[in-house]
Design a protein around this ligand. Structure first.
Ligand code: PLP
Length: 430
């Protein structure tokens, strides 16, 4: 293991994120648990950055992929018809609620957002884009340009330069103490002000995550995006909902994260959980936007037959087992159990929706973000057999996004470990 770590550092970029002092090499998985190369088994509350959303080694997905492999894989590019693409696109178009929706498949969330930005900037004839503070949309030139989180914004040379809006910073001094309705009014006033003073007259789109993933599961109050959309519609500005982390029922209360806001976007992007670990993403958008690109397009690997077999089986599983309802049910076991942590002076917030939950660690004296405490909790949770993620503008939010199949029993086990380790870390810091 330590040998592999040394080899990793020799040939991989120094900026590549690697959790834990002594990094974990995953070797196998079953259900909500993974086993590392040293034989330690962990309850996985991060599921490969929200990818294995059904858990590990799901027979239905494995068998669908094996059936496709047995056909010799067949052609991988989009130059020929791929039955799986048409069938999965039909399902996603229907589930999206977007009128006359069409779907384009990619290999990742970054490519999905690139495509959505391409559609919007082409349709509107401008590269002016609105995005949210603290957002993350990918690591390509264009998506870095609309990312509003310093820790992840690796380049200032992107051709796109977004104008950033308030919306998930309710605790900022300017907004403290406001009700949801007052905060939404303030955010809408901010949007109007940005449009009146900061952008060129013609703006292509707003791109936003309904719950910010890398941003530490920071959330806009329900209804914010409907209020934004009224303003956007006045100027024909398009709205892209980045559902890369929030899609497929993860928030419990709606199938897409944006459903919590009572608004239908012009386009949605997705990836992560769709293939339950197999790389696949895409865009679902109004048909007129999708069809408007003048040049030919192809995606060699996007939506290839194996990815489509995994995606079709994954969507079927989510719907047949009503995993959105499970996310709501099991999510409340977790969040209700973790809420008492807010009594500790080292815990700034416990928040989330469904199975997308965060615990924010702060300095007990000043209340300032405390990334070192979050790291300490992660390390101790690992020792106790629980994997969680980390994020937020200051890297001080512990992120929990377990498989949507999580049982209440597993939720209670993870909750109890977290209660213990956060309390222990608090005891040493306070
Ligand atoms: N959008 C969001 C909201 C994400 O969380 C991510 C990845 O974490 C991306 C886009 C980029 O997706 P990918 O890593 O598949 O390129």
């Amino acid at each position: 293991m330590s040998d592999l770590r040394a080899r990793h550092h020799a040939v991989m970029p120094s900026w590549l994120s690697l959790y834990y002092d002594s990094p974990i090499e995953l070797a196998s998985g079953k259900g909500a648990r993974v086993t590392d190369a040293d034989g330690h088994t962990y309850l996985d509350f991060f599921c490969g950055i929200v990818t294995t959303m059904l858990g590990y080694d799901v027979a239905e997905v494995r068998e669908a992929v094996e059936r496709q492999l047995a056909r010799g894989v067949v052609h991988t590019s989009t130059l020929y018809l791929i039955r799986g693409q048409v069938e999965v696109a039909e399902r996603i178009a229907r589930l999206s609620g977007i009128p006359d929706a069409k779907v384009f498949f990619t290999n990742s969330g970054t490519e999905a957002n690139e495509t959505a930005l391409l559609l919007a900037t082409h349709a509107r004839g401008t590269d002016q884009v609105l995005a949210m503070r603290n957002s993350y949309h990918g690591r390509s030139y264009g998506t870095i340009g609309v990312t509003g989180n310093r820790g992840w914004k690796n380049s200032s040379l992107s051709p796109l330069n977004a104008h950033y809006l308030h919306g998930t910073d309710r605790d900022a001094p300017a907004f403290r103490g406001m009700s949801d309705a007052e905060y939404i009014d303030a955010c809408v006033a901010d949007l109007r002000d940005v449009l009146a003073t900061a952008t060129a007259p013609n703006v292509a789109c707003l791109i936003a995550e309904p719950v910010q993933g890398v941003g530490g599961f920071a959330m806009a109050p329900d209804g914010l995006f409907a209020a934004y959309k009224e303003v956007l519609d006045e100027q024909g500005i398009l709205f892209i909902s980045d559902e890369v982390q929030t899609g497929w029922g993860r928030t419990g209360s709606s199938f897409w994260g944006i459903g919590n806001h009572g608004v239908t976007p012009d386009a949605m992007t997705f990836a992560k959980g769709l293939g339950n670990g197999f790389a696949v993403g895409g865009v679902v958008a109004r048909g007129d936007l999708m069809d408007a690109l003048p040049a030919k397009g192809v995606s060699t690997f996007g939506g290839n037959p194996i990815a489509m077999a995994a995606a079709g089986a994954t969507i079927d599983y989510v719907l047949e087992h009503d995993l959105q309802a499970n996310a709501a049910r099991v999510g409340s076991v977790l969040i209700d159990g973790l809420r008492p942590l807010t009594d500790l002076s080292t815990v700034g917030a416990v928040r989330g929706k469904g199975l997308m939950l965060a615990v924010e660690m702060v300095d007990p004296g000043t209340g300032a973000p405390a990334p070192s405490l979050a790291t300490a909790v992660m390390e101790r949770a690992r020792e106790r057999g629980l994997l969680v993620g980390k994020g937020g503008l200051h890297d001080n939010a512990l992120r929990m996004s377990p498989p949507l199949t999580l049982t209440a029993e597993d939720a209670r086990e993870g909750r109890d470990i977290l209660l213990d380790v956060v309390t222990a870390v608090h005891g040493e810091a306070a």
